[in-house]
Design a protein around this ligand. Sequence first.
Ligand code: PMP
Length: 455
Amino acid sequence: MSDTYARSNLAAIDAAHHLHPFSDMKKLNADGARIIQRGEGVYIWDAKGKKYLDGFAGLWCVNIGYGRHEIADAVARQMKELPYYNTFFGTTTTPATLLSEKVVSHAGPHLNHVFFTASGSEANDTWFRMARVYWAAVGKPSKKIVIARKNGYHGSTVAGASLGGMKYMHEQGDLPIPGIVHIDQPYWYGEGGDLSPDEFGLKVARQLEEKIDELGEENVAAFVAEPVQGAGGVIIPPNTYWPEIQRICKARNILLVADEVICGFGRLGEWFGHQHFGVEPDLAPVAKGLSSGYLPVGGVLVSDRVADVLINDVGDFNHGFTYSGHPVCATAALENLRILEDERLVERVRDNIGPYFARAWGALGDHDLVGEAVSIGLMGALQLAADKKTRMRFEKPDAVGALVRNHALANGLVLRATGDRMLASPPLVITHEEVDEMIRITRIALDSAWRELKS
Ligand code: PMP
């Protein structure tokens, strides 16, 4: 491995052979990929030795921070004992079974079952099939359509990208597949017009009811949404939104699916986003923070309502992955959950570092370039705006976001830009001083971008 690291032409090899996710490969090959080599706590180092504060926890996932040798040690032990076995054909492994008990112990009391996957996309494909199988088994086979949201993100597989509401993804590969429709997102800043956030929250939630009426309740299987829309720009719904969604799903007898891939495992200061908003999903895809990204593992948390039917009435559910319940990945997840529990990291987000981050991040709202600075737990967004008073956006939102992101990177901070929203999602172990450093560099990046835009 160290020989490989020492090769000075890694960027050239990468350009010659490696196709990256969500990347303009021509541009990336010309620029050369940044090679990240080491991580410790909230910091990462690239091959040139430059240090960055990772304000994005990898990809919303490194909740316990980098460099936790407990996970490496547990994984090494499991690798030596049993590197792989499947959970098909009447078998299981100790880590997979123990993880099933542990992961549901933190979710809402009605979620007592889990189906394992290796990723968040697979988790979304899994519940998509499970929901249809459920309705067929209870004698309502016409209930097939899933209602999702514009600008939502549920993965990159065919079902995941179809459930997601990213237009630029639908344009590639003729998506969405049939049986998936989208309603508006609760994005007050961009789409709320003259309504108050609470009025707007109710209005967009009620689109769900209107859509069900249009399609016919007998044809609708489920509604899916992220508790807080992540990749879409950390869209925190108005307070009125989730209670109304929950009411509609119950009243109209459709399954509620909370995509917890980002919000799960402490990001919002509760174990799961549905707990923060006080809703009871029937199905909840998870991944990312389940292992803090140390190894790929995901799953679907399944309510008693759905699991009872699946267990008693379906017979074989003809679905599953080679790596469902992978024993080494499950070991990493178990050790990760132990760390989250023992170090009370979820409670720390709720009671300590979350409120600290909210104050520090919120203060960036006074910057001329920032239309609003919002956060929830350890998830934050800065809405960049051409005119703060009128909520006017820039003509080329992507360019402004990229400008701020690049200034942040040059100054040693990883932030993500989604259009004209700057997103932050640091590891849950971040200290007060590290939050201060994050804010200081973000301000430098905003100042630099503002100067450039004015000139
Ligand atoms: N759902 C949500 C809410 C996500 O944020 C993501 C990934 N960013 C996914 C699903 C897909 O997960 P994966 O990339 O592990 O397939």
